[in-house]
Design a protein around this ligand. Structure first.
Ligand SMILES: [Zn+2]
Length: 270
């Protein structure tokens, strides 16, 4: 599942391996994978662009290109990007192929077909994707308990849904939210504004730990070079309904909150 640890792992790989490389040509195999502009404009705008930098905002992979253009990729639930020799056979679920210099491809693959890419002048893309309205990044060194308290203070909604809202806090997907709430010992059904200072401190520490561990283990998916991340073996409660809570032994419960699968311990999350 592509959440922030998976996206961050890919961005670090892209930064290491792709800066200075040139995109020669682009092939769009699934037209729906181009969010904007048109498929023709997308491929034309990418011809001979040099990749200058790779960064991340929430779950967007952002590649700065020569000519002040930005290429944005969103992996949705299961998408990923791989770097492979051009001659390597394409997987059926390949959506877009960027042919690079040195006979290598970057390929956007997604078995569900929901991953999307877009290109535009940097300021235009910022606006079209509404990047400025995203909340503070949970991975930012400036994200401290005061920032979390401020972001949750006036939110009336259910805690889990509020934490998933990227305009409140950029960085938590469904899995990492459940893992953080379990680690912090907080019930996902609470009202966001109801957390005590002690609970905010625990939740903040839990979010930082869950994301840091996910990144240290290089996520749960394959990285840019095809190596599988190890974070899949480091899950506390997500998708473990009926299994014993690692902290108290109570069976992990399942419910839906805001249409999202939610896993929690009915005993030690209060
Ligand atoms: Zn428990």
């Amino acid at each position: 599942m592509a959440e922030v640890p998976e996206v961050e792992t890919l961005v670090r790989d892209l930064r290491e391996a792709m800066v200075g490389r040139t995109i020669r040509e682009t092939e769009v195999l699934q037209p729906a994978a181009v969010r904007f502009p048109t498929v023709n404009e997308f491929t034309t705008l990418l011809i001979d662009r040099i990749i200058l930098q790779a960064h991340r905002r929430a779950k967007y992979i952002l590649l700065s290109l020569s000519g002040n253009y930005l290429l944005a990729v969103h992996l949705a639930l299961w998408g990923t990007i791989v770097l492979v020799p051009t001659e390597q056979n394409r997987l059926l679920e390949t959506l877009i192929v960027w042919h690079l210099d040195q006979d290598e491809d970057l390929r956007l693959v997604d078995k569900l077909g929901y991953a999307r890419a877009a290109i535009g002048p940097t300021e235009v893309l910022d606006e079209q994707l509404d990047l400025k309205s995203l909340g503070p990044e949970a991975l930012d060194p400036n994200f401290d308990v005061d920032v979390l308290a401020r972001q949750l203070r006036r939110r009336r909604g259910v805690l889990k849904s509020v934490l998933l809202n990227q305009r409140v806090l950029a960085g938590l997907g469904n899995r990492d939210t459940d893992e953080s709430l379990w680690l912090g010992g907080i019930d996902p059904r609470r009202s966001a504004a109801s957390l005590t200072p002690d609970e905010l401190t625990r939740l903040h520490a839990a979010i930082v730990k869950v994301l840091a561990e996910g990144i240290a283990l290089r996520g749960t998916q394959r990285d840019l070079f095809g190596h599988k991340g190890q974070a899949i073996h480091r899950r506390y409660i997500f998708e473990k309904s009926g299994q014993p809570c690692p902290r108290c032994g109570t069976r992990i419960a399942y419910l839906r909150i805001g249409g999202r699968n939610t896993f929690y311990c009915p005993n030690c999350q209060r």
